[in-house]
Design a binder for this molecule. Structure first.
Ligand code: PMP
Length: 394
């Protein structure tokens, strides 16, 4: 049957997206999933919001005929404006999670072989979405303050690049925040070389320390930045509700592509979240999330300091769900995971191999602290430290 499939299928199956799902082994401590902590979902509030939504007058169980999502889009626009990004309800499109935004934007601009810049490493699900459009990837390395712009500039000079994909706030998978200077320079480069930017910001409102930096979208004067947001990390991913904010012709075309993909985003979920935001305080909920994830982040940092061998470095995220470990260059973390970490130490991370488009980078891994308990963080990082020391010697 395989030969009947389009060539893009063989590309996407290599994405390794399965790696993010937790293991079924009860002994395993899994730092793989970027899942939110399920104990923080506002179950009761969402149940009440659903109840309100399903009984309202706007036929929430029907297909949408017009402006059903307008109230929610306007609330999202208010949230974005309060965060410094000037936008309005009619420049916001509801999507089935931010994931759909990744797919639609690639569908909009990428022809087979077109230049697409991603951060190295990047979000595994973005590669899975982009792969289907068969881009020519350029992976720009990450520094402590975001992507290496000298490298980026060289790529832009030497190649025809259509799109730059970035996660400026608490990047998945490294936890890194792009500095203000780099944000400014990135916008300047995009203007100079006439490139679109896809700013993916699902973790932006989960900052545990320090001051927020302006979004790329807020610095954009030429309608170059398409920004993605999501309720997945701040309410619940099962809602499958995200949004995309863009302007001009880009926005109109994306709406057409969206209609072709799935007609519309779930009306009942739109009305449910709208009711939630009318009745409850999102900022109180966010405060609760930040407090809880900050404790986990701190526990992760403490455990890293205590148990990691000296030759392992790790990032210190100011927000989000992830830290990134780097082991010596000659070490292949994927092979250590298969041979030592999983079978003998019962601990799992996401090795760097699948987080780079060319799969060449072997000595890093994403370690997620969002959905594990404090005791699992301590025990799991201890196992990881021991497993790595053991693995080096084999
Ligand atoms: N972008 C990034 C950077 C992510 O980490 C995720 C989820 N892990 C997504 C997009 C997709 O999220 P969702 O579709 O649930 O909004």
């Amino acid at each position: 049957m395989e030969e009947e499939f389009a060539s893009r299928v063989s590309l996407t199956s290599k994405s390794g997206l399965n790696a993010i799902y937790p293991s079924r082994d009860p002994e395993m401590i899994s730092f793989t999933g970027g899942f939110p902590d399920a104990s923080l979902f506002p179950n009761q509030e969402l149940a009440e919001s659903f109840q309100i939504a399903v009984t309202n007058q706007k036929s929430p169980l029907q297909y949408q005929v017009g402006e059903e999502s307008a109230e929610l889009r306007s609330k999202i626009a208010d949230l974005l404006n309060a965060d410094g990004t000037v936008t309005c309800a009619n420049q916001i499109m509801m999507t089935q999670g931010a994931q759909q935004g990744l797919d639609l934007v690639a569908k909009l601009v990428i022809n087979k072989g077109d230049g697409l810049v991603v951060e190295g490493p990047t979000y595994i699900g973005a590669l899975a979405a982009f792969d289907a459009y068969e881009p020519n990837y350029f992976s720009v390395s990450m520094e402590d303050d975001g992507m290496n712009l000298t490298e980026l500039k060289r790529m832009l000079i030497q190649n025809s690049i259509k799109l730059i994909y970035t996660i400026p706030d608490f990047q998945n998978p490294t936890g890194i925040v792009m500095s203000l200077e780099k944000r400014q320079q990135l916008i300047e480069l995009a203007n100079r070389y006439d490139v679109l930017i896809l700013e993916d910001a699902p973790y932006r409102w989960l900052r545990y320390e320090g001051e927020p930096l302006p979004t790329l979208k807020s610095m954009d004067t030429q309608n170059r930045v398409i920004q993605l947001g999501s309720f997945s990390k701040i309410l619940a991913p099962g809602l499958r509700l995200g949004w995309l904010s863009a302007g001009g012709q880009v926005f109109n075309r994306l709406q057409e592509l969206k209609a072709g993909a799935d007609l519309e985003t779930s009306n009942i979920m739109i009305q449910t979240v709208n009711a939630y935001l009318s009745k409850y305080s999102l900022s109180n909920h966010l405060e609760k999330l930040r407090k809880s994830y900050r404790i986990k982040r701190d526990a992760m940092m403490k455990a890293m300091q205590q148990y990691m061998p000296n030759n392992v470095s790790y990032t210190k995220p100011q927000g989000g769900f992830f830290t990134w470990i780097t082991v010596p260059e000659n070490i292949d973390l994927e092979s250590i995971q298969t041979k030592q970490l999983k079978p003998s130490f019962h601990v799992m991370v996401i090795p760097s191999t699948n987080l780079f488009p060319d799969k060449s980078h072997k000595n890093g891994a994403r370690v997620s602290f969002s959905s594990v308990s404090l005791s699992q963080i301590d025990l799991g990082v201890q196992r990881l430290g021991n497993g790595l020391s053991d693995g080096y010697q084999k």
